[in-house]
Design a protein. Structure first.
Length: 124
Protein backbone atom coordinates (compact mmCIF):
# COMPACT_ATOMS: atom_id res chain seq x y z
CA UNK A 1 0.00 0.00 0.00
CA UNK A 2 1.39 3.40 -0.95
CA UNK A 3 1.78 6.23 1.53
CA UNK A 4 -0.93 8.30 -0.19
CA UNK A 5 -3.44 5.45 -0.15
CA UNK A 6 -2.67 4.76 3.54
CA UNK A 7 -3.10 8.46 4.29
CA UNK A 8 -6.45 8.45 2.48
CA UNK A 9 -7.59 5.38 4.45
CA UNK A 10 -6.73 7.10 7.74
CA UNK A 11 -8.50 10.30 6.66
CA UNK A 12 -11.67 8.40 5.71
CA UNK A 13 -11.61 6.53 9.04
CA UNK A 14 -11.18 9.81 10.95
CA UNK A 15 -14.05 11.46 9.04
CA UNK A 16 -16.33 8.48 9.65
CA UNK A 17 -15.51 8.34 13.35
CA UNK A 18 -16.01 12.09 13.71
CA UNK A 19 -19.46 11.86 12.15
CA UNK A 20 -20.37 8.82 14.26
CA UNK A 21 -19.28 10.67 17.41
CA UNK A 22 -21.39 13.68 16.38
CA UNK A 23 -24.49 11.53 15.80
CA UNK A 24 -23.97 9.68 19.11
CA UNK A 25 -23.51 12.99 20.96
CA UNK A 26 -26.71 14.44 19.48
CA UNK A 27 -28.64 11.31 20.47
CA UNK A 28 -27.23 11.47 24.01
CA UNK A 29 -28.06 15.18 24.29
CA UNK A 30 -31.65 14.62 23.15
CA UNK A 31 -32.01 11.75 25.62
CA UNK A 32 -30.55 13.91 28.41
CA UNK A 33 -33.08 16.68 27.74
CA UNK A 34 -36.08 14.38 27.45
CA UNK A 35 -35.32 11.54 29.90
CA UNK A 36 -32.52 12.90 32.06
CA UNK A 37 -28.93 11.73 32.30
CA UNK A 38 -26.46 10.79 35.01
CA UNK A 39 -23.72 12.13 32.71
CA UNK A 40 -25.15 15.68 32.62
CA UNK A 41 -27.21 15.66 35.80
CA UNK A 42 -30.27 16.75 33.81
CA UNK A 43 -33.52 15.52 35.38
CA UNK A 44 -35.45 15.12 32.11
CA UNK A 45 -38.89 16.44 31.32
CA UNK A 46 -41.70 16.12 33.84
CA UNK A 47 -44.56 13.86 32.86
CA UNK A 48 -48.21 14.69 33.31
CA UNK A 49 -49.76 13.61 30.03
CA UNK A 50 -46.45 12.85 28.27
CA UNK A 51 -47.08 15.58 25.71
CA UNK A 52 -43.99 17.61 26.63
CA UNK A 53 -41.66 14.62 26.43
CA UNK A 54 -43.18 13.55 23.11
CA UNK A 55 -42.91 17.05 21.66
CA UNK A 56 -39.08 17.10 21.53
CA UNK A 57 -37.74 16.47 18.03
CA UNK A 58 -34.21 16.01 16.73
CA UNK A 59 -33.45 17.18 13.21
CA UNK A 60 -30.14 16.80 11.41
CA UNK A 61 -29.94 19.99 9.39
CA UNK A 62 -26.64 19.04 7.78
CA UNK A 63 -23.81 16.57 8.29
CA UNK A 64 -22.41 18.83 11.02
CA UNK A 65 -25.45 20.55 12.50
CA UNK A 66 -28.41 19.22 14.46
CA UNK A 67 -31.35 20.85 16.18
CA UNK A 68 -33.05 19.48 19.30
CA UNK A 69 -36.22 21.49 19.81
CA UNK A 70 -39.85 21.60 20.83
CA UNK A 71 -42.75 23.84 19.91
CA UNK A 72 -44.51 23.13 23.20
CA UNK A 73 -45.86 26.33 24.74
CA UNK A 74 -44.92 25.19 28.23
CA UNK A 75 -41.38 24.00 27.53
CA UNK A 76 -39.75 27.31 28.44
CA UNK A 77 -41.87 27.91 31.56
CA UNK A 78 -41.03 24.38 32.67
CA UNK A 79 -37.32 24.81 31.94
CA UNK A 80 -37.08 28.08 33.85
CA UNK A 81 -39.81 27.52 36.45
CA UNK A 82 -41.50 30.81 35.60
CA UNK A 83 -44.94 31.31 34.05
CA UNK A 84 -45.45 33.81 31.23
CA UNK A 85 -47.00 36.25 33.73
CA UNK A 86 -43.90 36.05 35.91
CA UNK A 87 -45.37 33.84 38.62
CA UNK A 88 -43.96 30.47 39.63
CA UNK A 89 -44.58 27.56 37.30
CA UNK A 90 -45.63 24.72 39.59
CA UNK A 91 -44.35 21.29 38.69
CA UNK A 92 -46.75 18.58 39.73
CA UNK A 93 -44.93 15.61 38.25
CA UNK A 94 -42.86 13.44 40.60
CA UNK A 95 -40.41 12.75 37.75
CA UNK A 96 -38.30 15.14 35.70
CA UNK A 97 -37.57 18.69 36.64
CA UNK A 98 -36.12 22.03 35.74
CA UNK A 99 -33.12 23.05 33.66
CA UNK A 100 -32.68 19.88 31.58
CA UNK A 101 -31.64 21.93 28.55
CA UNK A 102 -29.27 24.10 30.57
CA UNK A 103 -27.68 21.11 32.33
CA UNK A 104 -27.36 19.21 29.05
CA UNK A 105 -25.55 22.14 27.44
CA UNK A 106 -23.24 22.43 30.45
CA UNK A 107 -22.57 18.69 30.26
CA UNK A 108 -21.74 18.59 26.54
CA UNK A 109 -18.01 17.97 27.08
CA UNK A 110 -18.90 14.87 29.12
CA UNK A 111 -21.43 13.71 26.51
CA UNK A 112 -18.83 14.13 23.76
CA UNK A 113 -16.24 12.22 25.80
CA UNK A 114 -18.70 9.39 26.42
CA UNK A 115 -19.74 9.25 22.75
CA UNK A 116 -16.07 9.18 21.74
CA UNK A 117 -15.41 6.24 24.07
CA UNK A 118 -18.52 4.45 22.79
CA UNK A 119 -17.67 4.94 19.11
CA UNK A 120 -13.96 4.24 19.33
CA UNK A 121 -14.08 1.58 22.02
CA UNK A 122 -11.67 3.77 23.97
CA UNK A 123 -9.24 3.70 21.03
CA UNK A 124 -9.43 7.38 20.04
Amino acid sequence: MSFSSELRRVAVKAETRTHDIFVATVAAAADSIVNGSPVTGAPGQPVDTGALKASWQTTFESRTQALIATKSAYAIPNEEGIREDGGPYVQRSPVGGRHSVKQTIAGMPRLIAQATRDVTGGDA
